[in-house]
Design a binder for this molecule. Structure first.
Ligand code: KIV
Ligand code: ZN
Length: 516
């Protein structure tokens, strides 16, 4: 079958909405904008940028993405309520292609316990809301929430009514991740067979991963006639997450003999986009994660290595370079020049030039003095660190630490704050990192509660860089900080200061001081 005769599946990414609302994945405005641009570069058709009525921050982010990001449809979520729909439209109206996505639960359990509404009332509310959204924009998606647990006769009625009211996409969510592939296939087939106006809308699926079947369920829906898949980078989302974009895109591509369908996804951007999300949120994917995990293309068993050397297809169904892993991992050393660095960065998906290249190159030289071999992941960490720093109110100048079993650590720590250099000496804490955090708290005057602390090795080897992510609470809000260094105490100090700088940035924009 030729490529042009294959069906095109619309990829609807909800990393910034369903993904971002799950614990540990919150992002600030700049991070959301950066990720939205990366999703455009990846070839995503529709970006669900947020739930505008949920908070002023959500509204602002959807509005900014709609105003600035070009190349994909930008969608805002709304409940079937007038104020939600109006707010969603206000947020997306400047998009090149705006979409409003309205949802209302339809399953018996949601009707009875959550909504306390009968079937007729549900249909009326859905129809009125779709009509209101259509009054604003022609691209309207309707989701009967918990569709996979909705009686099929009622689901057909709701879907027919929503399409008659003007919905151009009808999305079938498996909200609680309860469906099986055969069931999902049956539901979509029933809609195709029984809803008379189904041809006027695209059928979409939105599968959660509570039983680990979100990708399989989405693919079953495609086989039955769905034309849009809702998914997220790294499969993030409510509870166990959503259908993973990278897995479903590579399944469609690798098994085109089965699905006869294609997407617009630039598959070489999958790993860089996955890494971007990881570096923004500090949430790493497991090593054996399909497609983007560190082990996804590593062949350890001798028998596998032997087969690979003879003919790679003996054990490899996809090529690592097709998903954006680079062919050789060992990159640069102390004597590598600016052009080599820029070239390697380009291979990793980063276009560096001008001031940004200079900054990364300076950081690279410092790192190359500490570390003999600079790997791709080192370079990616360096670039991300340089390109995504918040305004640095405080920076680490130096620290000196002495600690040992059974005694209180002693730390001397110096930070720069504008033109001033401030030092403190103290004996405190129940370990060296605690002592450093307490010293930073004392110097900056920003007192936070540390909620999470994670160390991750960027590459292999004893001289590998440690990447530290901290999550701290300040004024009832969570702030994330990230620091990278070959010295894990220094990485911790940098991560902690990064979180404090984020607090200061918010306080400055709100015109109130953080700490002193
Ligand atoms: O899981 C779900 O049902 C949703 C809807 C809002 C589509 O996220
Ligand atoms: Zn969902």
């Amino acid at each position: 079958m030729s490529e042009s005769s294959q069906r095109r599946i619309i990829i609807f990414d909800t990393t910034l909405r369903d993904g971002e609302q799950s614990p540990g994945f919150s992002m600030n405005l700049a991070e959301k904008l950066e990720l939205a641009q990366a999703l455009v570069d990846l070839g995503v058709d529709v970006i669900e940028a947020g739930f505008p009525i949920a908070s002023p921050g959500d509204f602002e982010a959807v509005q900014a993405i709609a105003g600035k990001v070009r190349g994909s449809t930008i969608c805002g979520l709304a409940r079937c309520r007038d104020e939600d729909i109006d707010r969603a439209w206000q947020a997306v109206q400047k998009a090149e292609h705006p979409r409003i996505h309205v949802f209302l639960a339809t399953s018996a359990i949601h009707r009875e316990f959550k909504l306390k509404m009968g079937k007729e009332e549900i249909i009326q509310r859905a129809v009125a809301s779709v009509r209101r959204a259509v009054g604003y924009c022609p691209d309207v998606e309707f989701s009967p929430e918990d569709a996979a647990r909705t009686e099929i006769d009622f689901l057909c009625q709701v879907v027919e009514a929503a399409i008659a009211a003007g919905a151009t996409t009808v999305n079938i969510p498996d909200t609680v991740g309860y469906a099986t592939p055969a069931q999902m296939h049956n539901v979509i087939s029933a809609l195709v067979r029984r809803v008379p106006n189904i041809g006027k809308a695209v059928i979409s699926v939105h599968c959660h991963n509570d039983l680990g079947m979100a990708v399989a369920n989405s693919l079953a829906a495609v086989e039955a006639g769905a034309g849009q898949i809702e998914c997220t980078i790294n499969g993030i989302g409510e509870r166990a997450g959503n259908c993973s974009l990278e897995e479903v895109a590579m399944a469609l591509r690798t098994r085109h003999d089965v699905y006869h369908a294609q997407t617009r996804i630039q598959t070489q951007r999958l790993v860089p986009t996955s890494r971007l999300l990881t570096s923004i949120t500090g949430m790493h994917v497991q090593r054996n994660k399909a497609i983007v995990g560190r082990n996804a293309f590593a062949h350890e068993a001798g028998i596998h290595q032997d087969g690979m050397l003879k003919e790679r297809t003996t054990y490899e169904i996809m090529r690592p370079e097709d998903v954006g892993f680079t062919m050789s991992d060992l990159v640069l050393g102390k004597h590598s020049g600016r052009a080599a660095l820029a070239d390697r960065a380009r291979h990793l998906g980063y276009n560096l030039s001008g001031e940004q290249l200079n900054k990364v190159f300076d950081g690279f030289k410092v790192l190359a003095d500490k570390k003999k071999e600079i790997y791709d992941a080192d370079l990616a960490a360096l670039i991300e660190q340089q390109s995504r720093t918040v305004a640095e109110h405080w920076t680490l100048e130096s620290y000196d630490l002495s600690s040992g079993s059974g005694r209180t650590p002693e730390v001397t720590l110096t930070v720069r704050h504008g033109d001033q250099v401030q030092t403190t000496r103290m004996a405190a804490g129940d370990g060296p990192i605690d002592a450093v955090f307490l010293a930073i708290g004392k110097l900056t005057g920003v007192v936070v509660t540390c909620k999470d602390f994670r160390v991750h090795s960027v590459t292999v080897g004893q001289d590998a860089q440690g990447e530290v992510t901290v999550e701290v609470e300040y004024g009832g809000q969570l702030y994330r900080g990230r620091g990278v260094s070959t010295d894990s105490v220094e990485a911790s100090a940098r991560a902690f200061l990064n979180a404090i700088n984020r607090i200061a940035a918010v306080s400055v924009s709100a015109d109130r001081p953080a700490g002193k």
